[in-house]
Design a binder for this molecule. Structure first.
Ligand code: ADP
Length: 392
């Protein structure tokens, strides 16, 4: 292997990593990936090679992010025979605010700017920053690059990003940003191989995972998306509520006497599929359940996708294709079939057989609007960005 790029995604209870080998022609090859999961309770390190064979699976010392990254670094150092194997580290950063519209080399100024954005992503950004700091300490000679989930949406027109609040708040940065941008960017890059005719057209991508959002893409550029200032808006998610009447929050404060922290916990951790079903945040569990509440949770998940699809098609002024991605979008033929059934009015006719085998094209031959399944690869997108920044 020539040198390698390490991709790091530091979340609240896990730190995920992927290693991509850099080939002589600067293309990237997936090598190893793994994570420290269950940080805070029973942290353990796991890694597999490109074929999925286990390389390590063991508990680690300590239960915080510093210990998690120390464990990952220690293992990588042994497995790849030293830090000099790495060209750089690419970090997934949830919020780039209005400052960062593209990936950047990390220095103290960048870190200070990222600190200022913590209030916009209080549950994610601090972990991303902890990941940067721990990696800088572990590999001081290796350059680090920040890649943002918000950056792809910088092309949204001002009208799509604005809240109807007094302008002074907008000027302070209170506006829609959008997330899952690295996933959408990857899908745009994959379209040129899977469906080249769609690259210049009007596409809605539905990224349906634990976190879920949709993006209207015109000619390869984001023009509207369902998430907003935070990753809470839009679709029903595993534990997040998605779109909610802001008046409901005032009600919760006044009539239920919940404070900001309690509301935050309610909306991020106890709502969505979990809240409605009272059973699970996991779509597989809900689809397998015969409880009425589980059925209603799935019904609401599908219904909200349909509503947002109509809205995004209106923002695009038409629709040529719908692309499914993310854990649910890539794996659940049932959810895709239900979404496509509701979207018949937009000209989508499903090919049941193709849908059962996950496409890639899942619309029938005569379908006016096509539908697709394209697996996302946010880590590869981060590795590509990192290499580009390092090469520039
Ligand atoms: P994250 O947002 O954490 O990256 P993923 O993209 O991995 O999440 O998606 C996780 C979701 O995908 C879970 O709700 C899981 O149940 C769902 N999922 C995975 N496989 C299937 C499947 N075969 N059928 C239905 N849902 C699935």
């Amino acid at each position: 292997m020539h040198k390698a790029i390490l991709v790091l995604n530091a979340g609240s209870s896990s730190v995920k990593f992927s290693v991509f080998g850099v080939e002589a022609d600067r293309s990237l090859r997936a090598d190893t990936h793994g994570e420290v999961e269950d940080i805070g309770t029973a942290a353990k390190l796991k890694a597999v090679d490109a074929k999925g064979s286990t390389l390590v699976a063991q508990p680690i010392n300590g239960q915080d992010h510093d210990h998690a990254i120390a464990a990952i670094h220690g293992w990588l150092k042994t497995h790849f025979r030293g830090d000099s194997a790495f060209d750089g580290v690419g970090h997934r950063i949830v919020h780039g605010g209005a400052t960062f519209h593209r990936p950047v080399l990390i220095d103290q100024v960048v870190i200070a700017e990222l600190e200022k954005l913590v209030p916009l992503a209080p549950l994610h950004q601090p972990h991303n920053l902890a990941g940067i700091r721990a990696m800088q300490a572990a590999m001081p000679k290796v350059r680090q690059v920040a890649c943002f989930d918000t950056a792809f949406h910088a092309t949204q027109p001002a009208v799509a990003a604005r809240f109807a609040l007094p302008r002074a708040f907008t000027e302070k940065g209170l506006r829609r940003y959008g997330f899952h941008g690295l996933s959408y960017e990857y899908i745009v890059s994959a379209l040129s191989a899977v469906a080249p005719d769609l690259v210049r057209s009007k596409v809605v991508v539905a990224h349906l995972g634990n976190g879920a959002s949709m993006c209207a893409i015109d000619n390869g550029r984001s023009i509207a998306t369902t998430m907003g200032l935070t990753a809470l808006d839009g679709l029903v998610m595993g534990t997040r509520c998605g779109t909610i009447d802001p008046g409901a929050l005032l009600y919760l404060m006044r009539s239920e006497a919940l404070d900001a922290g309690e509301i935050e916990h309610l909306l991020y951790e106890r709502s969505g599929l979990l809240g409605v079903s009272g059973l699970s945040s996991d779509m597989r569990t809900l689809l397998a359940s015969d409880s009425i509440a589980a059925r209603e949770a799935v019904e609401l998940f599908v219904y909200r996708i349909g509503r947002e699809l109509g809205s995004l098609a209106a923002a695009l002024g038409g629709l040529d294709a719908l692309v499914f991605t993310g854990g649910i979008g890539e794996n659940s033929a049932t959810i895709r079939a239900r979404v496509c059934h509701d979207a018949r009015w937009l000209g989508i006719a499903l090919d049941e057989g193709a849908n059962t085998v996950h496409g890639p094209r899942i619309s029938a031959a005569g379908s006016r609007t096509s539908a697709w399944v394209i697996p996302t690869d946010e880590n590869l997108m981060i590795a590509r960005h990192t290499l580009t920044v390092l090469d520039s």
